[in-house]
Design a protein around this ligand. Structure first.
Ligand code: PLP
Length: 389
């Protein structure tokens, strides 16, 4: 079956955060939204059909996840990413971010230090600081070509007795790196050496382009696996973020028990019927759909990067290795961060994520989500050209 990702589906009025909550963040709803990281494509038909089938039974009482839930994910990870996961390593979480928060509560104490690599997905700050842990920033290094790398030297210097954990994003939101085996091995070995727990947020792992390859850090060696908690979900891949259903992989038995205990005391383990149905359906049936989606997104990314490089050279950009997000560098425009933001909202009338929410080093950057029909993307790029070239 050939899927149609060009179809424009109106979302205004559905309660979509991306469309209906712009006024809270941008002061108006009258913008073209390319911010929140969900996609403007229909959730695949096979998922909607399985939800409809479940809905045809009129009772929606307390419902457990069936054995096919875990198995569908195990098979997916084996097929798509060559990672052999054992049943007993798996746990449920409503969200990826809630799993990060639960892991922090379960495995660290107040005032313990937790490292992140800015610029990075902003809720990482909230789950650390909001839970009274100390945030340590290990900023990514960026070269003049806009290529980001981990700063291992600084990292080793930052780790002390109070440093218990590190949260990574693989592929990295917002800079689009897909961490290589070499980088992850180096990081994993540092974690083993210093008994550092790595929370690996791999929610974007199904979005990888060209020759790049997603590698789960826990897959690199049994020793490294003991230090890693991986969290992922079908929510980005299959556009089902509104169904709040994620998965946690914890090979270390002691960490797994502590995580489960915290999930239990917070009473977060139940989940919802439609999320469970969608999860299983996605991972069982989703390969063909995802392959077509990746082609479409890759084309969108190429189109946007070519367009910007050709028509708006003051904005620096390159194709991300993974994710469906472009990290736009406006520093050559000669404008201040506030001026850029003002122009985006009041003149170009497009809603992009403010780079400063990802960390101090996001100054003069804005993040653009290309998970939208090409016609929408082209329209937004034309407006950017009109106001920034
Ligand atoms: C890196 C990353 N982690 C987590 C999430 C959100 O996950 P959840 O909604 O399951 O908490 C996002 C969404 O944009 C993300 O980009």
């Amino acid at each position: 079956m050939k899927y149609n990702f060009d179809e424009i589906i109106p979302r205004k009025g559905t309660g979509s955060i991306k469309y209906d909550k712009m006024n809270v963040f941008f002061g108006t709803n009258d913008l073209q939204p390319l911010w929140v990281a969900d996609m403007d494509f229909a959730t695949p038909d096979f998922i909607l059909k399985d939800i409809e089938t479940r809905l045809s039974h009129p009772i929606l009482g307390y419902t457990m996840r069936k054995p096919g839930f875990n198995q569908s994910f195990i098979d997916w990870m084996q097929k798509r990413h060559a990672w052999k996961i054992k049943q007993e390593w798996l746990d449920f979480s409503p969200g990826v971010v809630s799993a990060l928060a639960v892991a922090i509560l379960a495995l660290t104490q107040e005032n313990d230090k937790i490292i992140i690599q800015t610029p990075v997905y902003h809720p990482f700050f909230d789950v650390i600081e909001g839970n009274n842990r100390t945030l340590i920033d290990n900023p990514l290094k960026v070269n003049e070509k806009g290529h980001y790398q981990m700063d291992f030297e600084l990292l080793e210097n930052q780790i002390d007795q109070k440093t218990k954990m590190m949260i990574i994003s693989n592929p990295h939101n917002p800079v689009g790196r897909v961490w290589t085996k070499k980088e992850l091995l180096r990081l994993g070995n540092i974690a083993v050496k210093h008994n550092l727990i790595i929370l690996s947020d791999d929610i974007h792992s199904d979005f990888v382009y060209d020759h790049h390859q997603y590698i789960p850090i826990a897959e690199l060696s049994p020793e490294i696996a003991q230090q890693v908690i991986t969290v992922t979900a079908p929510s980005k891949t299959f556009n089902v973020a509104g169904l709040s259903t994620s998965v946690v992989i914890i090979p270390n038995e002691q960490y797994r028990e502590l995580f489960r205990k915290k999930m239990s005391t917070l009473h977060l383990f139940l989940g919802n019927i439609f999320g469970a149905t969608a999860f299983e359906s996605a991972y069982k049936n989703g390969e063909g759909w995802l392959d077509q989606l990746i082609d479409y997104l890759s084309n969108n990314l190429d189109f946007a990067v070519d367009y910007i490089q050709q028509h708006i050279p003051k904005i620096k950009v390159h194709k991300p290795e993974g994710t469906f997000l472009l990290w736009l560098d406006f520093s050559d425009t000669g404008l201040s961060h506030t001026q850029i933001k003002d122009k985006l909202i009041n003149e170009a009338k497009i809603a992009l994520n403010d780079g400063k929410t990802f960390g101090k080093n996001g100054e003069k950057y804005f993040r653009m989500n290309v998970g939208t029909p090409l016609a929408n993307l082209a329209f937004a790029l034309e407006k950017l050209k009109r106001h920034f070239s």
